[in-house]
Design a protein around this ligand. Sequence first.
Ligand SMILES: [Zn+2]
Ligand SMILES: [Zn+2]
Ligand SMILES: [Zn+2]
Length: 282
Amino acid sequence: MTSVRDFRLEFLGTGTSAGVPCIGCDCPVCRSDDPRDRRLRCGAALRFIDSTGDPRTILIDIPPDHRQQALRHGLDRCDSILVTHAHVDHIFGLDEVRRYNTLMRQPIGIHAEPQVLEALHRIYPHIYAKHRNVNVSYVADLFDVELRPGHPILLHGLRIEPFRLLHGRLPILGFRIEAADPDGLPLPEQPAPLPAAWCTDVSAVPPESWPALRGLSTLVLDLLRERSHPTHLDLDGAVELAGRVGAKRTRFVHMSHELGHAELASRLPDSMAPAWDGLVIS
Ligand SMILES: [Zn+2]
Ligand SMILES: [Zn+2]
Ligand SMILES: [Zn+2]
């Protein structure tokens, strides 16, 4: 059966909202020589060949560092964007996607919940109401696609299931990603590293979302720091949750400067590790 092939999950950024190093900080992690301790804001690219043989790139979130990330990873197209929530560290790179419009000569679908799309329209009037710009200007060309938790979509041969996560009191989205047949059903044999789930900025998984975390090859999970935090998982909480999910491998993201890569990696169970900017799982 035809399916996606050469699937790559590329970690464009694995840092918390302030990035690592933090401005004006001289802690050991911010001064570290280990390149894995340099973390841009959190986002990913799903890159693969679709069933018709065309290359595809789907972005998860569009952080303020997107330009730098795109150059580092050699991104030259963007077929769709999935947005988890409308916090600054996840959406303030949206201006940069105009380059993909130029390269591909087509608009880009931005997939998010209605309240997130509303926020984008409010924050980016120069993109969404470009007729009001004083000068004709070079801005992104986007179209909205509404997502609802529990309602999977078919994107370029991938089945993407948005599911509910709690970011403190804020409801946001996680995504389950797997290869699909032409009817949009998951293929029985998934290419590595699928099925995968992307769960950033999470403090709790509500009961209705647990089925979306079944049988994962790859879990990507928030792990802010060792100390507890009201809107993110701490070290114990993230390890406990990852253990309950039981994915073949778990990679942690959205880490602050309180976590050094090497030291954290040495303390985690075998199937778990911190991700790092530039990591590719294929
Ligand atoms: Zn965040
Ligand atoms: Zn620091
Ligand atoms: Zn957030």
